[in-house]
Ligand binder design. Structure first.
Ligand code: ATP
Length: 544
């Protein structure tokens, strides 16, 4: 319930309660209408007959309007709930990345698309239906007890007995829901991967293999869905049949009340009709209370997500701490038994332009990961502006990572530069100029839609958008990861000129750079056979 109020808003929870109280008059409306009509017929009174019919019409109008208000409030509540929960889950995914921990996008997608959906039906709706049916049953019980206390008690006892039936299937429903959730997660994982890998699949003409593989996962998920639905259906049918059969026994007893003059026929008919508003609603309530348990693990996961989001917000300090100079002393990195980097030193000073060279697999990405504190050193020490303790948030806030394949959003050029952050137009223009984008902006305008993956721009222009983003943020260290590897010579030269003209420190990573271009950097590091050599250090050492 707390979860529902937190995300669905207390206002709509109250509205739903008002709506269900109003509609709960259904608990006595039809039985009382029928009773009044029969009474009118028995007495041969047209007036009483008209009163009974009028009572029914007025009552059903109230139920109709109340029902609309009730459904309206439920829709709003579910809308708010979905928006709140889905945002919370995405927020958590982002926070996990900010903290440098793994959070797989396919897991997040599956959680939002399947588990959260299940939470909407089997938690929010199930709660509401359970409460609504219980209120309805209470109102109908009150009516029956008021009509005839003893017979009322008998009817209610039989109705309560029916509640044990759904309980018998609870474990099975829970297990089948868990199996379905897992199978769906596996299927979504595979689908995400196959969508990403479509070019490779077509390229190697492996369509049939992948169709078959995916078909098997989707079949598995659907089979689990059928099993879950059947388990739920079996539970509801058992309750339905049992409640109807059991409700006929008190009718039989009620007959004896009539024979003995303890009850009028109109009252027995009314009590029987009203009893349908106890047994059935109670079994629906029990069924929905059962459903709540299918979401227990999802709710647990969501609570953990909320706690972690809260902890993240509280620890999210907005200090102006800097990270340069960054120094690694006698650093070593080992993955399992494999030594990747052996006792190396590295220094990044304010404004320095550094180059990090190395063959594929030599450890360049590992060094970038160390700098960003994504992985720890196995041995040695790392300091940021002289301090060895720095939160990952502070580090991230001071680094801009310029990627070889930048993420370009299908939006305007302006949005792709600012990413929705407010910048003075002067600042924006300076960044555009510094990144060499002035002619593009002049030609296309800032409102130009760049298309999916920036397809309406050239590779070099997209790379410049990524550089402009980094320049705009004025962070003290830029990491340029193979940024010109996929570009032609002229474009690459232009990008390099831009990078060298910036005031920020830059560490550029590359497989290979021409000998004559090395002079453009303040220092050149090269990884060779697990060792990191620094030309500048060697020069410094030679002059000492
Ligand atoms: N998390 C990890 N667990 C185990 N081994 C790892 C891990 N990360 C990297 N390695 C290994 O460390 C070595 C260095 O990898 P790294 O990614 O740093 O190389 P790289 O120089 O960036 O290569 P490339 O230029 O191909 O991207 C490789 O042999 C790699 O297999």
């Amino acid at each position: 319930m707390k979860l529902m109020i937190r995300h669905g808003s207390a206002k709509y929870v109250i509205f739903v309660f008002i709506g269900l109280v109003v509609t709960s008059i259904e608990g006595f409306l039809l039985p009382e209408t029928i009773r009044l009509v029969i009474k009118g017929l028995e007495n041969g009174s047209k007036q009483q007959l008209a009163f009974g019919v009028g009572f029914g019409i007025a009552g059903f109008l109230v139920v109709g309007f109340g029902g609309y208000f009730y459904q309206y409030s439920i829709s709003k509540l579910i809308k708010n709930f979905n928006v709140g929960v889905k945002s919370t889950v995405y927020e958590h995914h982002v926070h996990k990345h900010q903290k440098g921990s793994e959070s797989r996008s396919s897991d997040v997608l599956s959680f939002i698309q399947n588990d959260i959906k299940l939470l909407g039906t089997n938690y929010v709706q199930a709660w509401i239906i359970a409460i609504q049916t219980i209120v309805l049953a209470i109102v109908a019980s009150g009516y029956i007890l008021f009509t005839n206390l003893v017979l009322g008690v008998i009817f209610i006892v039989f109705a309560l007995v029916t509640m044990i039936f759904p309980k018998l299937n609870q474990k099975k429903i829970e297990r089948s829901a868990k199996d379905w959730s897992k199978a769906n997660e596996d299927y979504t994982d595979e689908l995400t991967e196959d969508i990403k890998g479509v070019e490779t699949i077509i390229g190697y003409q492996r369509e049939q293999t992948f169709f078959k593989r995916l078909k098997s996962s989707v079949t598995n998920a659907e089979v689990k869905n059928v099993k879950m639905t059947l388990a739920q259906t079996l539970a509801s049918l058992t309750s339905y049949v049992a409640s109807h059969i059991l409700s006929l026994i008190p009718v039989f007893i009620g007959g004896f009340f009539v024979f003995n003059g303890l009850l009028e026929v109109d009252a027995l008919v009314a009590v029987y009709i009203a009893s349908d508003r106890i047994a059935n609603p109670l079994s629906v309530a029990a069924e929905n209370i059962n459903k709540l348990s299918t979401t227990r693990s999802i709710r647990k996961k969501l609570s953990k997500i909320e706690e972690e989001n809260e902890a993240f917000k509280q620890n999210d300090i907005h200090s102006l701490e800097t990270i340069l100079p960054l120094e690694i002393y006698n650093g070593s990195v080992q993955f399992g038994n494999k030594l990747v980097l052996d006792s190396f030193n590295l220094k990044i000073d304010v404004g320095e332009k550094l180059l990090l060279l190395g063959e594929s697999g030599s450890g360049k990405t590992t060094i970038l990961n160390l700098i960003q504190q994504n992985i720890p050193l196995t041995d040695g020490k790392i300091t940021y502006a002289g301090k060895s303790e720095r939160s990952t948030r502070v580090i991230n806030r001071n680094i801009s990572y310029i990627r070889q394949s930048p993420m370009i959003f299908n939006d305007t050029l302006a949005f792709n530069l600012t990413l929705g952050e407010d910048f003075e137009s002067e600042e924006l223009n300076q960044a555009i100029k510094a990144a060499g984008l002035s002619s593009v902006v002049k030609e296309k305008g800032l409102d130009f839609i760049v298309g999916e993956n920036g397809q309406n721009l050239s590779g070099g222009q997209n790379q410049r958008v990524e550089i402009a983003r980094a320049i705009l943020r004025k962070r003290e260290l830029l990491i340029a990861d193979e940024v010109t590897a996929a570009l032609d010579k002229e474009t690459a030269k232009g990008i390099h000129e831009t990078l060298f003209s910036l005031p920020q420190a830059i560490i550029e990573v590359s497989h290979h750079v021409k000998e004559k271009d090395l002079a453009n950097y303040d220092r050149v590091y090269e990884i060779e056979d697990k060792k990191l050599k620094s030309t500048a250090y060697l020069k410094e050492l030679a002059t000492e």
